[in-house]
Design a protein around this ligand. Structure first.
Ligand SMILES: *Cc1c(COP(=O)(O)O)cnc(C)c1O
Ligand code: SF4
Length: 418
């Protein structure tokens, strides 16, 4: 059964440390949802049932000009709207550039710039070996259980699916996917994705996870879910108890802005971690939302405080209807350059591009190597200082006196000899 709320000071059964919810936890909601009883607000099914999916509902909650209303009504015919009351409560109604609002409220560029990009840039359809299963890399497979998500992110790379209405895999389809996994013993890592797999009931998820766990060659199971950021109430004791039985499980979540790392979200991540499930974050780099060193640093610091490890920062895919949110690739590299060395290494994600046509992920780094020779390398540190680094040569018995490591002081920061 669904445990709809986490009462204050309740002990989770996986651990004997009390999980205390701060009293102030959901004050932000009162602006929009003053009359909702606390028990409903904390009930994920209430949040899910009361998603904002029409223009009429949205106008009552945030101010929208007549033009914006006209735009939204035409966009949502192609790309539907869905926002949980919780996620909408994080929007600052006075800020038209609010980072939460921009991720969830449709805008006209979704259709006016639609000629740019592809429907399915990652060619997931073509790469599906059985419906819903993508086996692109040698040792890991991705399974898509549903296209339902509590919040429809405007930058989603599976936007094409939204028009087909809400679906979840049938029992037969799931059986076919399990069958494929059983027959392919090179697969040691299974990623359960969507849509959002946590839209399935805990019982249904358990039925699938337990059967994946029963496959001997599957070492780890990963769950990809944005629930911790958009509907953290879903992460209840029932779910965490269930997950704790089938480890090693890893959860990859999707926070894009520090404003999303609320006390509720932190409690949700804590609950998952206490179930023995490490939580990693996969953010998407979005123009005007999180495309600065300062915002990414604040996001990653907030995540580390919630014990969530920043794993990937993705370049926004070439998806139709997302062009207005895409940044030049240099922006991502500059962000990593502005973080690496300047803050905890744990806070620095891997900046990656997911290539079109199923080419897979490629990580991009600022270039710290000025030259690389057999004898030595010239390396630039985070401050732009240049260092010589002696490259070990297993064949050589003597070391030339010039081949020692150290600061190179006749070079400028650009690596140009003075
Ligand atoms: C991203 C992805 C994975 C996992 O990639 P990692 O780099 O291991 O996190 C696996 N399969 C598909 C199809 C993917 O898109
Ligand atoms: S949670 Fe992920 S799959 Fe769902 S709408 Fe957002 S980006 Fe798309």
């Amino acid at each position: 059964m669904i445990n709809s709320s986490l009462p204050p000071a309740k002990e989770t059964s996986t651990n004997n440390v009390a999980l205390v919810l701060p009293e102030t936890i959901s004050t932000s909601r009162h602006r929009f949802f003053r009359n909702v009883p606390e028990s409903s607000w904390k009930d994920w099914k209430w949040q899910f049932r009361n998603r904002i999916t029409s223009l009429e509902q949205l106008v009552r909650l945030i101010s929208l000009s007549a033009e914006e209303q006209a735009h939204i009504s035409s966009v949502i015919r192609r790309y539907p709207l869905s926002i949980t009351p919780y996620y909408l409560s994080l929007v600052n109604p006075d800020d038209p550039d609010d980072p939460i609002r921009k991720q969830a409220v449709p805008c006209i560029q979704e259709i006016s710039m639609r000629s740019l990009g592809f429907e399915d840039p990652l060619a997931e359809k073509e790469n599906s070996v059985v419906p819903g299963l993508v086996h692109r890399y040698p040792d890991r497979a991705l399974i898509v259980l549903t296209d339902i998500c509590p919040v429809l992110c405007r930058h989603c790379n599976r936007k094409r699916e939204w028009r087909h209405g809400a679906w979840t895999r049938t029992v037969a389809e799931i059986e076919a996917m399990l069958d494929y996994l059983r027959r392919h013993d090179e697969v040691r890592d299974v990623i359960i994705s969507g849509g959002d797999p946590l839209t399935l009931s805990t019982a249904k998820l358990e039925a699938i996870i337990s059967r994946i766990r029963a496959i001997k060659h599957i070492e780890i199971i990963r769950i990809g879910s944005r629930f911790p950021a958009v509907l953290p109430q879903r992460i209840d004791a029932d779910l965490c108890d269930m997950l704790s039985k089938y480890g090693p499980i890893w959860l990859n979540t999707h926070f894009n802005h520090p404003n999303e790392v609320t006390p509720e979200a932190a409690v949700a991540c804590d609950c998952i971690l206490r179930a023995g499930v490490p939580v990693n974050n996969q953010a998407v780099l979005l123009r005007g939302i999180n495309d600065s060193v300062a915002t990414q640093t604040r996001l990653c610091h907030a995540l580390l405080k919630a014990k969530v490890r920043p794993y990937y920062l993705f370049q926004c895919d070439e998806v139709q209807g997302t062009e207005h949110l895409r940044t030049p690739v240099e922006t991502g590299i500059k962000i990593i350059q502005g973080m690496r060395g300047h803050t905890s290494g744990l806070a620095v994600p891997n900046f990656a591009i997911d290539l079109v046509d199923g080419g897979g992920k490629v990580t991009l780094q600022p270039d710290y190597v000025l030259s690389m020779r057999k004898a030595d390398l010239l390396l630039k540190n985070y401050e732009g200082k240049v260092f010589r680094y002696r490259n070990p040569n297993p064949q050589s018995r003597t070391v030339a006196t010039s081949a020692v490591s150290g600061v190179v002081d006749n070079l400028t920061a650009d690596g140009i000899v003075k």
